[in-house]
Design a protein around this ligand. Structure first.
Ligand SMILES: Cc1cc2nc3c(=O)[nH]c(=O)nc-3n(C[C@H](O)[C@H](O)[C@H](O)COP(=O)(O)OP(=O)(O)OC[C@H]3O[C@@H](n4cnc5c(N)ncnc54)[C@H](O)[C@@H]3O)c2cc1C
Length: 479
């Protein structure tokens, strides 16, 4: 028998969601183990855009990132179509941060350790220990000590991000869907760069919807210092046979769109990682088990912004786990309260509604984006309202926009938008009626799956013809 140790809760994965959950649970007096494959000093580092809206901290009462780790303060988002003379600005009520992800991660780790969380770093989570249909612990392997160990917990939390290691080990009886469709994944490439020339607009994060370099996603340019000499840049695309790897598309973007600014950049960090980009997993709890963050798929599917959603998940988890422990009931039924609370929260509803909207966005061509933005068919106000409100466009504005669409021969855009807004309403009401217990989840899931199958069918991803050939050629000729 190897070594083992007992805890109230074992959190697998020290990303933003796992560390926040561990910190909040330990703050409530629970004994918590936190495991990560990274070494302690590397925890927090992650391939990411590093942008987070400030309101997430207000809605959870969590400490905002300190000035020391904030690389840039921003007012909101600017969205551009192919022609960057046009844009819409989406201001967020409290603005946002672009953070030094590693520094902020170390800050979160510090909060957790201060509350008594026991860290198992440099340790790979290998397996879920199951007994009588309940999760009872995790098997870990410490790389430097070359030692295996079992961490026992009354409740095990999977916060291992996209890889969702423990979700994959969950028994079928819990009804957790393990695999997601390629259509619901974004493969993203990111660089942090130093520039010789100044990037002017450091008050916003910039999203460029341009299919030649980011079909089904966007290119981002985020300020990564307050003077405009460092940027966090990248792009994300759906895995698709006709779409080249994102780093190749990004290199083309740099050479063809911003050569003066970006070609001589010094690359500080670079890498590629995946984002689960859809509504939350329909079930992410089991007996003695709960997932949070990317592992549970907590993300805004329209922008792939997942940090704040994971923080909110961790916040809810820290309300419901102590309740379960107090009741001595760690069953799936008990933890369902956490699942139900997330699904019916503003975050869960927004995520589901924006997953509908995302299908429309991924089908738009450059000409569609240009038309929609240039002619004010969708405004910044509409976009921020679309997150939460059903009637985002009043009837007068709508009539005006229909007229513009007719004049420009683009009525189908309004029809698609209208359809999308209706489906968003339907989905919201389904999510508001998310089953209160596991009974009814099959029927509910079938309804939701049916709606999304129809969306996939109606809105095929737009990929510009010949993209693969052009990209291959660009690298054959220039090396
Ligand atoms: C390129 C890119 C850009 C993004 N930009 C933004 C953005 O600007 N804003 C935003 O809000 N979101 C963004 N996201 C999404 C965001 O990064 C995630 O939603 C968020 O980091 C999820 O946090 P998490 O804690 O759930 O998972 P993660 O941050 O992925 O943390 C998981 C942790 O689990 C550990 N782990 C995994 N497997 C094991 C194992 N077997 N054993 C031990 N440890 C393990 C990992 O080391 C890691 O520390 C971006 C994502 C990508 C890929």
């Amino acid at each position: 028998m190897g070594k083992s140790k007992d805890f109230d809760v074992v959190v697998a994965g020290a990303g933003t969601a796992g560390m926040t959950a561990a910190y909040l649970l330990a703050s409530k007096g629970l004994s918590v183990a936190l495991v990560d494959r990274r070494r302690k000093e590397d925890i927090g580092d992650k391939i990411c855009g590093d942008a987070i809206a400030a309101h997430h901290f207000t809605s959870t009462g969590l400490p905002h990132p300190t000035d020391k780790v904030v690389r840039a303060y921003v007012k909101g988002i600017k969205v551009y179509p192919r022609d960057m003379r046009y844009s819409i600005s989406v201001a967020t009520t409290e603005g946002g941060y672009v953070v030094d992800r590693h520094g902020w991660g170390q800050e979160l780790l510090g909060y957790a350790l201060e509350k008594g969380v026991e860290l198992y770093s440099d340790s790979i989570v290998q397996d879920l220990v199951l007994e009588d249909g309940y999760a009872k612990g995790v098997k870990i392997f410490n790389r430097s000590l070359k030692e295996s160990m079992t961490l026992n917990g009354k409740i095990i939390v999977d916060a291992t991000g996209y890889s969702s290691i423990l979700i994959r080990k969950a028994p079928e009886a819990w009804g957790i869907e393990k695999d997601i469709l390629d259509r619901d994944v974004i493969n993203a490439y990111r660089e942090v760069v130093k520039l010789k020339k100044r990037f002017d607009d450091v008050d916003y994060v910039h999203l460029h919807f341009i299919s030649e370099y980011a079909p089904t996603g966007y290119v981002w340019l985020f300020p990564w210092d307050r003077d405009g000499y460092m940027l966090n840049i990248g792009n994300g695309v759906m895995p698709h046979r006709d779409i080249p790897k994102p780093h190749l598309l990004m290199e083309r973007y740099i050479r063809e769109v911003f050569p003066d600014l970006l070609r001589d950049r010094e690359i500080i960090k670079k890498g590629t990682w995946n984002i689960p980009n859809r509504r939350p997993r329909h079930v992410f709890v089991g007996n003695g088990f709960a997932a949070v963050g990317d592992s549970a798929i907590m993300i805004d599917p329209a922008t792939a912004e997942g940090i704040g959603y994971g923080l909110y998940g961790a916040y809810l988890l820290s309300k419901y786990i102590p309740e379960a422990l107090e009741a001595g009931d760690y069953s799936q039924d008990m933890l369902w309260k956490y699942q139900h609370a997330y699904m019916t929260s503003p975050y869960g509803l927004r995520q589901a509604r924006l997953d509908v909207f995302r299908h429309l966005m991924q089908a738009y061509s450059d000409a569609d984006y240009e038309f929609v933005i240039k002619h004010g068919i969708l405004t910044g106000k509409d976009v921020s309202k679309a997150r939460d409100e059903d009637d985002i466009i009043n009837s007068f504005d709508k009539a005006l926009r229909v007229l513009k669409s007719v004049v420009h021969g683009k009525l189908s855009i309004i029809k698609d938008l209208d359809y999308t807004l209706k489906v968003m309403k339907t989905v919201k009401s389904l999510y508001l009626n998310y089953p209160e217990s596991k009974d009814g989840i099959k029927e509910w899931s079938m309804k939701v799956d049916g709606i999304f199958a129809e969306l996939r069918n109606r809105f095929r991803p737009y990929v510009p013809p010949g993209l693969m050939e052009r990209t291959n050629k660009a690298f054959q000729t220039t090396g």
